[in-house]
Write a protein that binds this ligand. Sequence first.
Ligand code: ATP
Ligand code: MG
Length: 373
Amino acid sequence: MQAYLVGGAVRDELLGLEVKDRDWVVVGATPKQMLAQGFTQVGSDFPVFLHPKTREEYALARTERKQGHGYHGFSVYSAPDVTLEEDLLRRDLTINAMARSEQGELTDPFGGRADLEARELRHVSEAFKEDPLRIIRTARFAARFQPLGFTVCAETMALMRTMVAAGEVEHLVPERVWQEIQRALHEQSPVTFFQVMRDCGALAVLIPELSSEDNFSAALETLQCVHSAEGSTAERFAALLCALDERDCTSRAKALKAPNDCQQLARLAAAFLPEIGKLDLAQPDAGHLLELLENADLWRRPERFSSLLSVLGCALGAGSQKRLEPLESAADSAQGVDPKTLMEKGFSGKELGEAIRSERLARIAQAVSSPTS
Ligand code: ATP
Ligand code: MG
């Protein structure tokens, strides 16, 4: 039997990038032989093993054939007679379909190396269309390698459009889609991901609200800004959806099965944006500001509130940062109210709540009527 380094490790090494995880494919072996050599089996759908020392993944060479829709629609064939080339053929992109033997020899049946040099993301074969997840992966690699000059080649873009038009994207389960979106949000150029998703039509299926030119460009500008500020996943996700109205934003975030913190921040940002637009900057209404802070649950969720401010700052754009000032100074002054001092003064129960609220209101009113700047 022979083991080959495959996929991302070979690609990244040729690009001169740091190799993070190394995947191997094993040709000419049976599961029994692997177990006898001390490997432990991890895959239940297909034979994947962990190396006894390095814990790296070793998969037996396999072929896959499509049967029906979705991710479970594959029939997998793995046996010692499956060749390295056959295994590479089932892979998504040519740059991901190269192998290196333990002796250092490169196997590259589909021109992956040439595509690396030409900076092109190209599908390996027509079998690409058997798994719609590959569309999203391709968009993600476009996002990752955008700074290096990679683009999706015309033939692959055409194939992706055909797949989308055939309704393939609708068969993806939200969990898998979310996993890819979450990764895409942290790639080198997240906006490129959404541009490719839009170009091939997949975005209109997964986030149809971003189909309009206005929403799309607002989303991408905000996302780019949050990305430059090295924002969290929730901040990036909220950036994407905050230009929508609160209802659309909430239902889309839910349909995408984003984690709770992402859903909540997106909803808050979408709810706040129009409110910020309504504030009278010359004479901000302290009651309205306090209400906004209460809606954001500032006191229990101060970190989320500062995330909210970052997202709103990006959504407003450089020329409109002043619009956030009343909210920021209201938050600063209201946070200075210490319930303990009021308790010591004898307030308790409902009265304490009211005292806290009126103290906060008074401080906000004072802060916004005498701005420090
Ligand atoms: P990363 O640096 O993100 O790990 P990678 O290329 O190693 O990138 P993995 O998701 O780790 O990506 O998958 C390893 C390899 O398996 C890929 O390089 C590709 O050859 C193949 N692969 C993974 N998912 C698919 C898929 N859905 N369809 C076809 N091939 C796939
Ligand atoms: Mg990998």
